[in-house]
Design a protein around this ligand. Sequence first.
Ligand SMILES: N[C@@H](CCC(=O)N[C@@H](CS)C(=O)NCC(=O)O)C(=O)O
Length: 304
Amino acid sequence: MSDLVLHHYNESPYAEKIRALLGYKGLSWRSVMVPRIAPKPDMVALTGGYRKVPVLQIGADVFCDTRLIAWELERVAPAPSAKAEPGWNDIVEHWVDLNLFGKAVAYTFGKNVDHLPDEFLADRAALRGAPLDREALKRAVPLVEQELATHVAWVESGLAAQAFVNGAVPGSADFTLYSTLWFARNGRFDFGRFPATAAWMDRMKAFGHGERTDMTADESIALAAAHEPAALTYDSVSPDAGGLAIGQRVSVAPELLGHGTAVQGELVGINAQRLTLVQHSERAGRVHIHFPRVGYRIREVKPS
Ligand SMILES: N[C@@H](CCC(=O)N[C@@H](CS)C(=O)NCC(=O)O)C(=O)O
């Protein structure tokens, strides 16, 4: 039985990034389905409050955010490698996360807005901390489509010259960019004008999803409860802690679309790239919750 448990839902583009990566690496994994909107009581029993998708669980270790999940998959299954070549990968990923993803979502939501339930729009508005108006989403489609096309034209010129964003083999930026464009394609964005991009998307799709078998949320929580968190796999070096200290209580929240979703816990590890909190809960026992530093706001929680 595989040790890798992915908490996700099928429509999620960020989850598709990890499913494609699992496929590329030829891994088997357990699939736990998460609701698309809050509340997500089973998921937060493991994550201490983080509700975004996907999350990777290995025993009593929970990895939040696809950037960190990709590092972890590279550690447990180094071949074939999806490690980025030094150079443009991080910049491409950051551009996708901060800009392109929002355009793909605006386009796909706008195109499908008549099929999106009120509760779904209200949930996403709460995450944004700003209202989402059905008519405004619909009206914005032609403009967003044009903006998206400008960005995809950049991708097209890059992929006309090389097989993958990373070069001859895919790297993490390929998976990040692919999942966002996969979402736009599901929203019926027309890639006909971009043949090199369409061919690259077919190459990425051909990696498949690996071997997926279902697991219930209760089983995944029981799995965590039956394990102790693993020893940290990184050096926790205090000069990189930005003034924070091991043993302190901290809160961690996504910088983007994470309104009202901060997680609190005791800091058990931190370096320049990542940090780890420990949490105890009745259902899951003692769990280590891991986050990347990029994209998250960390604050000390003062004892009251
Ligand atoms: N930076 C995060 C972004 C994850 C994210 O925004 N996921 C979306 C789904 S694609 C989400 O969780 N939306 C809200 C929800 O499902 O509750 C990552 O790389 O994992």
